[in-house]
Unconditional design. Sequence first.
Length: 62
Amino acid sequence: MVNAASIAVPIRDRARAAVAAVSVTGSADRVCADGPVRASLVSAARTCARSISRTLGGTDRP
C-alpha cells in the first residue's frame, strides 16, 4: 500500500503488561485528516483496546 498510515493501542493484562495491540491501518488520505490521524479512529481503537484489556483483567493505564 502506497502512502499508508496506521495507529496502534496496547492491550494490557492484569500485570499491566502490554500483551497485544489493536491496530488501524489504511491509506493516508482516509486515516489522516489533513495531517493528524482522525480522532474518531483513535477513539474507536482505544475503546476496543480498553474492552479487551478489561476482559483480560487488565487496565488501559500503563
